[in-house]
Design a binder for this molecule. Structure first.
Ligand code: 5GP
Ligand code: ZN
Length: 119
């Protein structure tokens, strides 16, 4: 089966190479690239190569890809030297969380001491 793709989606275009990005990790199912407007010294977005709009759209069959996002995060954190110092993984869903791109993406942020709670 071919991967889910949405013509109008900016992250699908990044996956397809139609929009450039600064990639840090890629495999068959997952892509990671630097956020164009970083909120921290390190700010990487980790996305499924398939189009899934939000966490609300997840199906049981998406369990594997969501697990793969986590494993990619671990690799990216290690690759960028954050394994020891730490980092934060964020998934924004919907209006209250200020989700602005409707293709699931995990933010990996680090390189500074952060605050908690995050709002
Ligand atoms: P959200 O608010 O939806 O959780 O996060 C979307 C993120 O995508 C934002 O941090 C924003 O800076 C980033 N972003 C939006 N468009 C682009 C783009 O074209 N390229 C890259 N690299 N990041 C983008
Ligand atoms: Zn998409």
């Amino acid at each position: 089966a071919s991967k889910r793709f949405e013509e109008s989606c900016i992250f699908c275009k990044i996956v397809a190479g139609q929009i450039p990005s600064k990639q840090v990790y890629s495999d068959d199912d997952v892509l990671a690239f630097h956020d164009v407007n970083p909120a921290a010294p390190v700010h990487v977005l980790i996305i499924p190569k398939e189009h899934i709009p939000t966490i609300n759209d997840l199906q049981a069959s998406d369990a594997e890809i969501m697990g793969k996002l986590m494993l990619a995060a671990r690799k990216v954190a290690s690759q960028l030297g954050l394994a020891e110092s730490g980092y934060r993984l964020i998934l924004n869903c919907g209006p209250d969380a200020l989700q602005s791109v409707f293709h699931i993406h995990m933010h990996l942020v680090g390189g500074q001491k952060m605050g908690w709670p995050p709002f």
